[in-house]
Design a protein around this ligand. Sequence first.
Ligand code: 5GP
Length: 177
Amino acid sequence: MSGPSGVGKSSVVDGLAQRIPFFFSVSMTTRAPRPDEVEGVDYRFVDHDEFERAIAAGELVEWAKYGGHLYGTPAEQLERERAAGKDVLLDIEIVGSRIVRERFPDALMIFITPPDMQELARRLRSRGDTSEADVTARLAVANDQIAESREFFDHFVVNDGLDAVIDQVADILATVP
Ligand code: 5GP
């Protein structure tokens, strides 16, 4: 699953978790934790050196720079859970999504879009921890991402209400054999 920062992906993931079984891929990041985030649950928070070490050791399926920070999907948990027959849900940005599309051609790729850019700006600001410069940067990135997503995502879901978007994503997942 991908979509611009602030579109509500984390809430969609949380809502889905109440409805269907899956393993959430816990990414590694150099970003500092937000107040409500838990180490090992939301992310593995690491410093730059540790992230570089993981890249060099080939421990990441994909990684990308976003908003000045590094984010990547650890291979070990992904392979372990897939080998156990579990569905694995990744919440990642678009550069990494393209790599996942190439490495796992059968991955189901869902892109969540905002109803419009004003709403996205409002959501980013309402987080309270994102600076105005960051909001501007993320909106510019979002524009590009939405355009690029058309090239390789399977499904597009507009987030104009959390329950509705969770229903739609659950319906899409239910179509997978
Ligand atoms: P945030 O800092 O708001 O949690 O995340 C910023 C962006 O990084 C989001 O679009 C999120 O989906 C993306 N992201 C989180 N984890 C990963 C990852 O492992 N790989 C990639 N490529 N993007 C990620």
